[in-house]
Design a protein around this ligand. Sequence first.
Ligand SMILES: Nc1ncnc2c1ncn2[C@@H]1O[C@H](COP(=O)(O)OP(=O)(O)O)[C@@H](O)[C@H]1O
Ligand SMILES: [Mg+2]
Length: 396
Amino acid sequence: MTNQLNQTEAYSKIDISTILPPSTIGILGGGQLGRMMALKARELGYRIITLDPTEDCPCSHVADAQILAEYNDLEGAKQLAQQVDVITYEFENIGANIAAHLEAESFLPQGYDLLYKTQNRLREKRAIEEAGGKVAPYLPILSPDDLVQGVKQFGYPAVLKTTEGGYDGKGQLVLRQEEDLKEGQALVQSGNTEWILEKWVPFAKEISVIVARNAGGEVKAFPVSENIHQDNILHLSIVPARIDLDVEQKANQLAIQLAQSFHLVGLLAIEMFLLEDGQIYVNEMAPRPHNSGHYTQQGCRTSQFEQHIRAVCNLPLGDVELLQPTVMVNILGQHLEPVLQQMSQLDPTCKVHLYGKKEAQKNRKMGHLNVMAESVEEALKKIDALHIWNMEDTKS
Ligand SMILES: Nc1ncnc2c1ncn2[C@@H]1O[C@H](COP(=O)(O)OP(=O)(O)O)[C@@H](O)[C@H]1O
Ligand SMILES: [Mg+2]
């Protein structure tokens, strides 16, 4: 143990911001993103301690140790800070007090600024606009009357969203007609949270870009993913996206522009709406690996998880070249059993990733499948032939 500490100390003196193996990385959050980060970090020779309130969480199976604590538990955060050389996170809902402590007592190269911005849709949209990105027209909604004024301005449909804590379409209401106003007003009236109203964007496609930047300023964007949602949950990521080359380049450039403007360290996943006329609106951002980047595990020379670890540890970024067309399909609770039944007959170009979660509840993300082929059309056909998912909505 003494040897190990000495070695870590010796390595960390090489460059103050470069964290070399076998240093210990602390991961706040122990879900599937933490697990896949930890797997890549281990390949590189790092040690991992995860902090998560759930025993047997997905990351616990591959981490060296787990601190069992709530994410907002300062004592837990203190323990983590003491035991690791660098800290990263796999989710956004970290309180300011915890982040401040981690920054003071440990090394949080990603900082708190961008995390703070992305925790709240209003702050996020303002930050995107300041960085030169476009967003759908929006208004803060503080009262039922604001909502009436808002839909007058935007027309129907419009989307009412909580400013904080929403995911997979939770905390959202689409107002399609005047009759929906009452429901929206009741939500706003309940006073538990703040709201924002967005004008409906009649997008042609949803796409996303994952961009990485290290403290040294090196920046690389992964190929654009075309994303298809079902019930507001990501269903498919299709790469290369079925878009024109100039749109691909524009989306990549926008991602790099945002990364540089935010002085990003780590990964930033940027969800975008592509309009019929080629305009791109930024929908939302997450400063971490993202479900729509899972395709990189097989599709690219470097996966988003390795890139994240490299960026946070200030190592040179890996090559982001797309090696072959790849489609990622999510395995939700209801898909797990059929996937397991077919596992022994799966085509070798279908790579299964499961997160080790015991309870397969409906719509819970249990794993994903990365399917490679000569073209995305062929990959989609292979997924369709498994008869596990409803593939009606995959037409370009
Ligand atoms: N302004 C909008 N116009 C059209 N569709 C939208 C709009 N906002 C959200 N959506 C749809 O709802 C989905 C979920 O919304 P999003 O803001 O990404 O929230 P979440 O945090 O739940 O992912 C989006 O992927 C998109 O399909
Ligand atoms: Mg989203």
